[in-house]
Design a protein around this ligand. Structure first.
Ligand code: SF4
Ligand code: SF4
Length: 468
């Protein structure tokens, strides 16, 4: 028989609340740590205004794969009325965590927070198939927290891409046989010259100094978007910014947090908070919307007033951190487009005659509510014509590792996206997140749209009259 909660009045209110909470947990399908909280999911009033903004609901028209349906399932598991089993995991896994529902919601439901906590519960309480457990353990716990391992893995991947092995694998049909044909097309191209060598350096402003910023370089971006990182530094320098690249920084933890691996995300957050603690920076700047969104929400990883225990396997020994430190850190984080639009461009630009369309990155638009800044920067380049595509605010299907874990759905969304991009007759698709760039580049090849894919910063960098 389930224990009953202590009677009110027989103990102080605080102890009573604690007893209520413990009683609720005896029924709940969730554990106490990192769970979707009643106060958060109860804000959903079931109005359904989010449904048509949800890519998976638009694809399949099923309530269980809509934001409202997923929130309902979280509530039912929390109340012990639905098993945290295969069906729940499937519907939560199929969510892109694109947060379009959050923008649409009039009740202020923080859906991104809820789905990440639901995934944290799945991580704690559900036994995934063996292959999935091995892959997740390798990627989230053994690889991403360690820059040297990322570099080593990237060297192998580059060998595969540059020695003809990739062509051989494609040509022989082995990838198709293993069911890896589609996934292989979405693997990032590995750079020859990694960005890790720039860590610890300072790049001085050109002309009058207007700001001093710290640059957040990312993890996979340091082996596959090194040139984008260098372009970001050039554009910031050309606009009067000293750019410091702190040496101790690691992966932001976004992929781990999105997957529910929150102990790793917390450990990475602590390391980054310490790495960016010193230095009189006006802002911590990132060119990756996915990273920026997580960096701005570090405090959500920690409980109020929490003093954190040492992690089992820290990537670096952290000094200290907690919710307050996280808030302080996050208050300085800016997406590079947001930062430059606020600062105002001061660098002279040469004309670039180009018709472009802009694809909103979900974690910039829905995660950070930044819509106008990238458009403002694009319009600032002389000769560039910006044409809006339909449904620019809908996910391209990249969504972190979604294109690898849910490849079929991801490619369906990509096809819709490329149809919209093609309709604009733009020569280039511009976006603000490396993950989206990879997906859109694959889309341009698969659907033969003959369109370049650029980051907003790459467009600005091309237009600079100085440097290089
Ligand atoms: S719009 Fe908000 S309140 Fe309405 S169903 Fe969706 S999540 Fe719930
Ligand atoms: S995050 Fe995106 S995919 Fe998930 S429920 Fe919200 S709108 Fe749908």
């Amino acid at each position: 028989m389930a224990p009953s909660p202590a009677t009110p009045g027989t103990q102080p209110p605080q102890a009573h609340e604690e007893a209520q909470r413990e009683f609720a947990l005896t029924l709940s399908g969730f554990t106490a740590r990192d769970k979707p909280e009643y106060a958060d999911y109860a804000r959903c009033v079931h109005c359904g205004l989010c449904l048509n903004h949800c890519p998976t609901y638009r694809l399949w028209g099923r309530e269980a794969d809509s934001p409202r349906g997923r929130i309902r399932q979280m509530a039912l598991v929390d109340q012990g009325r639905l098993e945290l089993g295969d069906a729940f995991v499937t519907h939560i896994d199929r969510c892109l965590d694109c947060r379009a529902c959050e923008t649409a919601c009039p009740s202020g439901v923080e859906y991104g927070k809820l789905v990440e906590l639901a995934r944290a519960q799945i991580e704690q309480k559900y036994r995934r198939p063996f292959a999935s457990r091995v892959a997740r353990n390798f990627v989230y716990r053994r690889l991403l927290p360690y820059p040297k391992r990322i570099a080593a893995a990237a060297r192998w991947a580059r060998l595969y891409q540059t020695t003809g092995l990739a062509a051989l694998a494609r040509g022989s049909g082995i990838l198709r046989l293993l069911g890896l044909h589609d996934r292989e097309r979405l693997i990032p191209k590995i750079d020859r010259d990694f960005f890790f060598g720039e860590l610890g350096k300072t790049f001085p402003a050109q002309g009058t100094r207007r700001a001093r910023v710290a640059f957040f370089a990312g993890c996979v971006a340091q082996v596959s978007f090194s040139e984008l990182n260098r372009a970001t530094i050039r554009v910031l320098q050309a606009n009067g910014c000293d750019v410091v690249v702190p040496a101790g920084q690691v992966c932001c933890g976004a992929l781990a947090a999105h997957a529910g691996v929150r102990d790793v995300a917390r450990s990475l957050a602590r390391t980054n908070i310490d790495a960016f603690r010193d230095g009189d920076f006006d802002a911590i700047v990132t060119n990756a919307a996915g990273c920026g969104s997580t960096l701005k929400e570090y405090a959500d990883l920690f409980q109020a007033g929490e003093s954190l225990p040492e992690p089992k396997r820290p990537p670096r020994a952290p000094v200290s951190s907690g919710e307050d430190d996280a808030r302080q850190f996050s208050s300085r984080v800016r997406d590079v487009t947001e930062f430059l639009a606020d600062l105002g461009l001061s660098s002279p630009f040469k004309p670039i005659p180009l018709r472009v369309t802009y694809q909103d990155s979900c974690h910039l638009l829905h995660g950070q509510r930044v819509r106008e800044a990238p458009r403002k920067l694009i319009r600032a380049v002389p000769g560039v014509e910006l044409v809006e595509m339909q449904h620019a605010d809908q996910c391209c299907g990249s969504a972190g590792v979604y294109n690898v874990t849910e490849t079929k759905t991801s490619l369906e969304l990509l096809e819709q996206k490329m149809d919209c991009a093609r309709e604009t007759m733009a020569q280039a698709i511009v976006t603000a997140n490396p993950g989206c760039m990879l997906q859109l580049r694959a889309g341009a090849v698969i659907h033969r749209t003959d369109q370049q894919v650029l980051h907003v910063i790459e467009l600005l960098d091309r237009a600079l009259t100085t440097t290089r």
